[in-house]
Design a protein around this ligand. Structure first.
Ligand SMILES: NC(=O)c1ccc[n+]([C@@H]2O[C@H](COP(=O)([O-])OP(=O)(O)OC[C@H]3O[C@@H](n4cnc5c(N)ncnc54)[C@H](OP(=O)(O)O)[C@@H]3O)[C@@H](O)[C@H]2O)c1
Length: 278
């Protein structure tokens, strides 16, 4: 092959573009989901569906997103994803606006902190259900819409939000997150399995594994773990996660730039999982 052929990349400027894509973001009303939704919309998505339990929070999120001045539109569809009937209703509501989905960000999640001896069975079950089972059911129920426009040269995408708690060991001791850590390890592995199942159908499945980002979910635990400043100082890159860290990575995983990435996970933690002191 000539040097000229090597340097003439196919539409390099459009490599990260999501022009015209239709996305669904679970847990999109705040935190990491909202950060990602902002990136998806600003990268050209024509429709971004925001879903979480609270209708008001979804409405506020889409109002903020629709003020960004993008050509695409954010649409609110509240649903409690811990119930399969609600996931089915969510799919039906989405179908009222579109005949296909290109991108599913399975991001909604919950956590629980309690010492080993008192770790409640119901909390363990609730966390496993939402963070693992509901992610599976959500991907399963959206698969028909994800298949609609999925092509070899333009695959649909599923991005699963895991955590570094599912790679290293999460919090132990007084605020131990046994169920959460187990659920995040499970969902990262679920995504690898789904990558092999859905890859041949031109649906790529990848995960992100964030470290600490100061969101509603993380703020309590971050306070109990020494606070934002101390945690940032302890991180190898001397800071915590920022909204654009999530937005940039999710956009990459949904774009042509990641067209050969399937069954992978991207760790977004400034190196913290590698630096755990034994
Ligand atoms: N922040 C971090 O440091 C961090 C680190 C690693 C991984 N993560 C993961 O990132 C994801 C997002 O977390 P976050 O930090 O952005 O937390 P967050 O700000 O608390 O957001 C959680 C989102 O999930 C929604 N949600 C919760 N239960 C739901 C249910 N049953 N059905 C539908 N939606 C539900 C919430 O909205 P409603 O309350 O309205 O339902 C909200 O939109 C989670 O999977 C979390 O495990 C976060």
């Amino acid at each position: 092959m000539s040097a000229e052929a090597d340097v003439s990349l196919n539409d390099f400027k459009g490599l990260f573009s999501l022009q015209g894509k239709v996305a669904v973001v679970t847990g999109g009303s705040r935190g990491l989901g909202l950060n990602a939704a902002s990136g998806l919309l600003q990268s050209g998505c024509s429709k971004v569906f925001i879903t979480s339990r609270k209708a008001k929070a979804c409405e506020e999120a889409i109002a903020a997103l629709n003020k960004l001045g993008c050509s695409g539109k954010a649409i609110s569809v509240p649903a409690d994803l811990s119930k399969t009937s609600e996931i089915e209703r969510l799919v039906k509501e989405v179908e009222k606006h579109t005949d296909h989905v290109d991108i599913l960000l399975a991001n909604a999640g919950a956590t629980w902190g309690a010492p080993f001896d008192e770790h409640p069975e119901e909390a363990f079950a609730k966390v496993m259900d939402l963070n693992v089972k509901s992610v599976f059911i959500c991907i399963q129920k959206f698969a028909p819409l994800l298949r609609k426009k999925a092509k070899l040269e333009d695959p649909s995408r599923v991005v699963v939000t895991g955590s570094i708690a599912g790679i290293g060991v999460g919090t132990i001791g007084k605020n131990a997150t046994f169920g959460y850590s187990a659920s995040k390890a499970a969902v990262l592995h679920l995504a690898r399995n789904l990558a092999l199942e859905l890859g041949p159908q031109h649906i790529l499945v990848n995960s992100i594994a964030p470290g600490f980002f100061p969101t509603k979910m993380a703020s309590g635990l971050m306070e109990l773990s020494g606070g934002v400043k101390k945690l940032a100082e302890a991180n190898p890159n001397k800071r915590l996660g920022l909204p654009e860290d999530i937005a940039g990575t999710v956009v990459y995983l949904c774009s042509r730039a990641s067209g050969h990435v399937n069954g992978g996970h991207i760790v977004l933690d400034g190196g913290s999982v590698l630096s755990a002191k034994l």
